[in-house]
Design a protein around this ligand. Sequence first.
Ligand SMILES: [Zn+2]
Length: 70
Amino acid sequence: MPLYEYICQKCDNQFEKRVSFSEADEEQECPVCGSKHSRKKISLFASKVSGSTFTSSGTASGCGGSGGFT
Ligand SMILES: [Zn+2]
């Protein structure tokens, strides 16, 4: 089962919970205050940036001069 992160709306506690996909969007009970007003955080998988491979092909200016370090 996937691990989800929740934030308690009542006491701001963040907790992780293993729930099935079907229960993931339901409110989970906060282990601290027992409130069920929790909100699911975005999963770690979703925060991964897709595509856009940065290729900064530019080592042109600056480096490799006559090296005048004094
Ligand atoms: Zn709480």
